[in-house]
Design a protein. Sequence first.
Length: 295
Amino acid sequence: MEKKTLITAIIISTLLFSALAGTQLVTVGMANPYHDIWICEGETYPDSSTEAPEILVLSPENDKVYATDTISLNLKVKVGDSNTAASRFLSEIYCKADWLSTKFSIYNGSTSQTEFFETINLGGVPDGNHTLLIYAVESGRYITHRGPEGSGLNAISYAYYYLSFNITAAALVRFTVDATPPEITVLQIENKTFANSEVPLNFTVNESVSRISYVLDGQDNSTFFGNTTLTCLDNGEHNLTVYACDDAGNIGASETVTFTVAEPKPFPTTMVIAPIASVAVIGAGLLVYFKKRKR
């Protein structure tokens, strides 16, 4: 009966100590006979030997262009080194994105996690240049002094007095989202008839592109650079579609335009020769007239 009463008293004492403000029990398992207690005396700044957390952003990549509005945020975080802190742990990780009005939380930690790895999909990212700021908060303790033996929860444990600290690191990533294909317009050949086998191919595009090509009459895709001329075209109707690929890999297509190549009409030589002959005759007559008067 006395043994049960003693165990009950230890459990009650443990609960009472854990309820004290600023007190945290770090070894309360029944298999551990020490049962030390930690008592917070306040907060302080991190000292020079305590480093900030390390943040490694695997994606998005810096200065990369993405052809999707869903961006994968993949990061690794761990606490920094310290020669003086009794303990360190990750207490919070959060992000600020320029396209969002408020920050969003990634992690709110316990007192034991020192490393964090996670992949999060960020959807609905608008087209344009963006910045993403990732913050990691590391918390820890500096022991100020230790109470005498027995100041813990039993005769062989201790009370540790400490000052808490927080230290924050930040990582910045810049990237671009371009999920919209380029817009292409083919100029001045739609529904027109050309009297020779050379047809000008002029077009406009609304953004910078890395590659331009066209498909004529369903044949293979042909790459070209800037405005050009289609040559050696057979007589008859033709159809043409122009494609453009931007820096993000989006491919845009113009409307398919139709035009016709026809043989030129014969030159009307009969009506031109007759007036020239008449002028020659009239000129000859005048020459004769002047000669007669001279005599």
